[in-house]
Design a protein around this ligand. Structure first.
Ligand SMILES: Cc1cc2nc3c(=O)[nH]c(=O)nc-3n(C[C@H](O)[C@H](O)[C@H](O)COP(=O)(O)OP(=O)(O)OC[C@H]3O[C@@H](n4cnc5c(N)ncnc54)[C@H](O)[C@@H]3O)c2cc1C
Length: 416
């Protein structure tokens, strides 16, 4: 029997759109209750202590926030089911669950990460006739995959979503013979000169060359209380949730342009907005002028959020202030914009050289400190992070790997 699915959404909420699309792709229908359009739906959530959208009820069980993994489990969605249903979710079909045959194989080239860097590398590696594998723990969650619009990728005019662009790349790599599996590389062993080992929860992959293309979207470590209160006062999206905090006090934590933008949006709803900047300045192009002009906004530099506390919903924050004193602030909600700046390379340990921020160190051929191991895209330090740069890195890494695996004197370009 089909489950009863009700989505509480809000206008302009990107994660609401994303989860609706995915439910359709998994073959489910749902009733949508837009809290922006209908105050009754807004009150429904409020009464249940929920201050966030999307909230998806599956047969009465609430999934607060964007929780596709948990929802798929609850709905019994598997890759096989999607293939049988002929779903259009390309990533779900192209990326297979790992089976024993991938662990028996010795691959010529393995990309860790199926974003533009890993996928472009796979196109080149497969065309160079290297036996190629991409491992990605969540192909729809990389930086490009979640980019709402991309208009500057050469040869792709107009605006497409990052996911659409990436799916084209996945199909192209697959057509050239790349195999793609969905799994998480937990650790690596590069001690053997010939065969590198990548440890997944399901088994160990063997590879003659490896490309580290894991991007730089790793969240910093979670703040105490963050997980517990997500959707109950902890939020990541003002467009989705600002209305829940009308005439209330909220904190915004972050040091980027995004955090400033979100604080501005919240100032139109909240009674009071406390902006906490963990350091003494903002990152990049962020500018505080407009925010400073708002009567209901106060900006605190050098204030770090230590804990989020409450009973059923957020009530207080434990802050370390500029004088390094721990103080408690009463608050109704907290919007977090701290994640997304760190390369997700901790699983590498000391296997390759990384700099103090976790970026993998490479030479001009993108070789790391270990022969046969390459890194690129957002996982290495680049002057600017763009999809086209990651894709170009994929080309260099794959052709470097081809030279290594086939013991060529020089890199061999592909002129077709
Ligand atoms: C908000 C925003 C907007 C942007 N807009 C643009 C734009 O308009 N134009 C543009 O050119 N660029 C844009 N960018 C930048 C662009 O998205 C990135 O530079 C690019 O996606 C980086 O590619 P990547 O392959 O290195 O990493 P990602 O695209 O982040 O892919 C990394 C992949 O690795 C996987 N992975 C990570 N760790 C593991 C692991 N341990 N095991 C297995 N898999 C793992 C992840 O699941 C992910 O799929 C934008 C970025 C942001 C944040």
């Amino acid at each position: 029997m089909m489950p009863t699915i009700v989505i509480y959404s809000s206008t302009g909420c990107p994660y609401c759109e994303k989860i609706k699309t995915e439910l359709k792709e998994w073959g489910f229908t749902y009733e949508e209750r837009n809290v922006t359009d209908n105050p009754k739906y807004f009150d429904d959530l409020h009464e249940q202590g929920m201050f966030s959208t999307p909230v998806v009820f599956i047969d009465g069980e609430a999934f607060i926030g964007y929780r596709p993994k948990k929802m798929k489990k609850a709905l019994g969605v598997t890759v096989e089911a999607l293939q049988t249903a002929g779903t259009s979710n390309t990533a779900a079909v192209i990326f297979e669950e790992p089976t024993q045959d991938v662990f028996n194989e010795v691959y010529d080239f393995v990309a860790i990460g199926g974003g533009p860097a890993g996928t472009s590398a796979a196109v080149y590696a497969s065309r160079a006739r290297l036996k190629t594998l991409i491992i990605d723990k969540s192909p729809s969650s990389g930086t490009l995959a979640i980019t709402h619009k991309i208009a500057n990728y050469p040869g792709v005019p107009g605006e497409v979503t990052g996911q659409e662009l990436l799916e084209k790349m996945h199909v192209q790599a697959k057509d050239f013979g790349t195999k793609m599996i969905r799994s998480n590389v937990l650790s690596v062993d590069f001690s053997d000169e010939e065969i590198k080992k990548l440890v997944l929860p399901e088994g160990t992959i063997q590879a003659k060359s490896v490309f580290i293309a894991v991007g730089a979207k790793a969240p910093g470590s979670k703040i105490k209380g963050e997980e517990e209160f997500t959707g109950r006062g902890v939020s990541y999206c003002s467009t989705c949730d600002a209305a829940f905090f009308e005439n209330r006090a909220v904190a915004v934590v972050g040091d980027t342009d995004e955090a400033v933008h979100e604080a501005l949006a919240l100032s139109k709803f909240a009674r009071e907005v406390l902006m906490l900047v963990p350091t003494n300045k903002l990152k990049g192009e962020a500018n505080l002028d407009e925010l400073k002009a708002k009567d209901n906004v106060t900006i605190y530099f050098n204030h770090r959020l230590k804990e989020i506390n409450g009973d059923k919903k957020v009530q207080t924050l434990l802050i370390r202030d500029a004088e390094k004193n721990e103080v408690t602030w009463e608050i109704d909600g907290v919007f977090l914009y701290l994640a997304g700046l760190k390369p997700g390379t901790d699983f590498l340990g000391d296997a390759v050289k990384r700099d103090t921020e976790g970026y993998v160190e490479v030479d001009e051929t993108l070789k790391t400190s270990v022969d046969g191991v390459y890194a690129g895209g957002d996982a290495r330090r680049t002057p600017i992070k763009q999809a086209v740069i990651s894709a170009a890195d994929g080309c260099i890494a794959a052709l470097s790997a081809d030279q290594h695996v086939n013991k060529r004197k020089q890199m061999r370009p592909q002129y077709s």
